[in-house]
Design a protein around this ligand. Structure first.
Ligand SMILES: [Mg+2]
Length: 386
């Protein structure tokens, strides 16, 4: 080793020592995982599936200096046990000794021990449960709310309603729900599409459009149910009622199909809830398959990758409107400058002691430290299944 290599290595050692002094208290000394089955608040049916229950996987950790973090991810009915097994057998043991002040290092370490099952939904869901717990503890230690610690772009975000637009609702119900959402100040409503014939979808949309007028955004969501040619055909119909976005028109992996569709219609294409990695978002954006991205913090592996996806979209001048999990996503969309909308689907009321604050159709990020979700531990305790 020559003199300059010697100097270099001593600088590295000094840096490591200095960092360790700063972050040592954030070392993870205890971690555990649980699975709870949350009943759905209302029946939810789309073109492909019914939301049976929210399998919710919790990770709870504690640091050397006593900070606590609670993170979670979810499925809409199956696979939660597999996520829990991966956590208990592989990820949680690897977590001990890592530092919550360094979420990138934690993510990298856990990604490293799951290479054989990455990228994939089960691993991404497990990583998300850990990563959200890490961010919860990190921001509690800092004494900051998540939305501020992650960027702090805006304290609130416009909301649209999905809860009134499920596919099993009749047209009268859709109209009543949309008018109710409008009266509550919501900027838009999402209507599920995928009826056997295109004109059936159009008639339902036309009834809603006539009831709410031109000043409300009308989103549609096919939940990946169409072929490219059918999606092109339906998009042409949807243009008649000035649809704000066409969500998941095709299977998520059909990037070329999304590109063809996007070029054939004036309706913006929204994708993301069925995508599990940063690279998948990059492919869609780079190839012109998406105008709006909808990352789901649980499905992409947590807050660390979610923020990268939002910033990636910003570089493409594309807005972000995350999928579901409004109680957590409110803090993430408020953190970034390219927020478009927050989706209104309440799902945690039975297991929390406080609700997302909604005023004048806007969701307000919690001002409490950490993720800002007030879990009701007694209520959760009654729902533990694993
Ligand atoms: Mg959707």
């Amino acid at each position: 080793m020559n003199a300059s290599q010697n100097a270099g290595s001593s600088i590295l050692e000094a840096t490591a020592r200095a960092t360790a002094d700063i972050t040592a208290g954030s070392r993870i000394v205890h971690v555990e995982a649980q699975l709870c089955d949350l009943p759905v608040e209302t029946e939810r049916t789309d073109a492909l599936q019914t939301f049976v229950k929210q399998e919710t996987i919790f990770v709870r950790l504690r640091t050397a200096d006593g900070a606590e973090g609670v993170g979670y991810s979810y499925t809409i009915g199956t696979g939660g046990g597999a996520v829990l097994s991966l956590l208990r057998e592989t990820l949680l043991p690897a977590l001990l000794g890592l530092e919550v002040e360094r979420p990138e290092a934690v993510w990298l370490a856990l990604f490293g021990v799951t290479r054989a099952t990455t990228v994939g939904p089960i691993t991404a869901l497990a990583l998300a449960a850990v990563d959200t717990a890490v961010w919860d503890a990190k921001t509690r230690r800092a004494g900051l709310p998540l939305w501020v610690a992650a960027g702090g772009a805006s304290a609130s975000v416009p909301m649209y309603d999905t809860e009134g637009g499920w596919l099993h609702f009749g047209t009268d119900e859709l109209v009543a729900h949309a008018v109710d959402a409008q009266n509550r100040g919501m900027g838009g409503v999402k209507i599920k599409v995928g009826m056997p014939r295109g004109h059936q979808d159009l008639e339902r949309l036309r009834a809603v459009r006539e009831a709410v007028g031109a000043g409300m955004d009308l989103m549609v969501d096919a939940n990946q149910s169409f072929t490219v040619s059918e999606a092109v055909r339906r998009a042409r119909l949807f243009e008649q009622v000035d649809v704000f976005w066409f969500e998941e028109p095709l299977p998520a992996e059909d990037i070329e199909g999304h590109r063809q569709l996007a070029r054939s219609t004036s309706v913006p294409i929204a994708v993301g809830e069925s995508m599990y990695s940063l690279g998948h978002f990059r492919e869609h954006l780079q190839r012109g398959g998406a105008s709006i991205v909808q990352p789901d913090v649980a499905r992409v592996g947590g807050i660390t990758p979610w923020l990268k996806i939002a910033h990636l979209a910003e570089a493409f001048n594309a807005p972000v409107a995350p999928h579901f999990l409004m109680e957590l996503h409110v803090s993430l969309v408020c953190a970034v400058p390219n927020a478009l909308y927050l989706e209104h689907i309440p799902q945690l009321r039975a297991v929390t002691t406080g609700e997302l604050r909604i005023a004048d159709g806007r969701g307000w990020a919690p001002s409490t430290t950490g993720l800002g979700i007030a879990w009701d531990d007694a209520a959760l305790g009654r729902l533990i299944v694993g």
